[in-house]
Design a protein. Structure first.
Length: 330
């Protein structure tokens, strides 16, 4: 029987600069009450000079320590904010982690990037192409936010989360038991950085064309619908009932989105992990950061059944499930 990928280690990193809602309300037409009631976010961390690769290296090193491993066969970085448009960030991270010349590549699936990364790693392991993979979701959204756009600036934060996956026998704790992935490119304009790519190399309209833009309301609606469908689909595929799920760990976009998805699925609200109050929406880093916090605070314990689901620009979405293994997040 083929080997299956299991979670063997988890690590995180946050930049040093904490940015409160109150601080943002000094430069933007917003306030703490609006941000907390509409999103659930109390604060976020923004780069004080740390790059995406810096955060990825720190989270990756912590994940390797958590797994008590010093080598892997493949490294994947999921990010919307690579250090450069070219080359990918993953080879640099691999080199700086001292992992030698192993395969390394980036995934661009925006906020679904970590789940896409897990699926890619699991596929490498199932195909026998790798025995272990380091998957890192790392972001510095503060570098692409329009400082004058109150709808995006209050939502996004920087950070990184990393997971070591290792080939194991089916039935072991931590196994990723199935995936549901999808995309809908007709929604590509809902979340976009318009300029800087092959369609529009240089900015048409000054810096605004190179900033991240988002149509909040439709994104909200599609995020709820797709995460609910995708999470339901992966439960069907793996034969888990909703009642058997101990924790729903959704992409930390907005507390109202997470509550609506949980309601749609029939997951009780006290089974929903919330981390966005502390870090905002950290895109590809949000699920591993939320998992690490839940494990560190003692909510997520070995044997718990965990459902992960994400939605992001593209549009992309994806879900997976696992039984929580006996690991310490670092
Ligand atoms: N502070 C104060 N007011 C704000 C604001 C802010 N930071 N941002 C927007 N507003 C205003 C709007 O201008 C609008 O004012 P108007 O009624 O006078 O036109 C009003 O609040 C409502 O705007 P709307 O965009 O409809 O608010 P909303 O309830 O949909 O919340 C988001 C906005 C962005 C929080 C919400 O749409 C959202 O979370 N969307 C999904 C975002 C997301 O998850 N993105 C990542 C997906 S991977």
């Amino acid at each position: 029987m083929n080997a299956i990928a299991a979670l063997a280690g988890l690590g995180t990193a946050l930049p040093s600069r904490r940015v409160t809602n109150e601080e943002l309300s000094r430069s933007l037409d917003t306030d703490d009450e609006w941000i907390q009631s509409r999103t659930g976010i109390k604060q976020r961390f923004w780069s004080a000079g740390e790059t995406t690769s810096d955060l990825a290296v720190e989270a990756g090193r912590n994940a390797l320590s958590s797994a008590a491993m010093d080598t892997v066969d493949l490294l994947i970085v999921a990010t919307t904010t690579p250090d450069h448009p070219c080359p990918a960030t993953a080879p640099d991270v691999t080199s700086r982690l001292g992992l030698g010349t192993v395969a390394a590549y980036d995934i661009a699936a925006v906020c679904s990037g970590f789940v896409y990364g897990l699926a890619s790693a699991a596929a490498h392991i199932a195909a026998g192409l790798a025995g272990s993979v380091l998957v890192i979701g790392a972001e510095t959204y503060s570098t692409i936010l329009d400082p004058d756009d109150r709808t995006t600036s209050v939502i996004f934060g920087d950070g990184a989360g990393a997971a070591v996956l290792r080939a194991t026998a089916p039935g072991s704790p931590g196994c990723l038991l199935g995936f549901d992935l999808g995309s809908d490119g007709s929604l590509k304009d809902l979340i976009t950085i318009p300029d800087g790519g092959s369609r529009q190399r240089t900015s048409r309209s000054g810096p605004t064309g190179t900033y991240f833009t988002m149509q909040g309301r439709p994104v909200f609606r599609h995020a709820v619908d797709r995460m609910t469908e995708s999470a339901g689909a992966v439960l069907d595929k793996t034969g888990w009932s909703v009642e058997s799920v101990d924790w729903f760990v959704g992409h930390q976009a907005n507390a109202r989105i997470l509550r609506a998805v949980a309601d749609g699925l029939g997951v009780k609200s006290d089974r929903v992990i919330i981390d966005l109050d502390r870090v905002g929406n950290t895109s590809a880093a949000s699920i591993p950061l939320a998992l690490a916090r839940a494990a560190t605070e003692g909510n997520l314990v070995p044997g718990d059944r965990v459902l992960l689901s994400a939605f992001g620009g593209g549009a992309t979405w994806g879900s997976t499930v696992l039984v929580w293994p006996d690991i310490s997040a670092l």
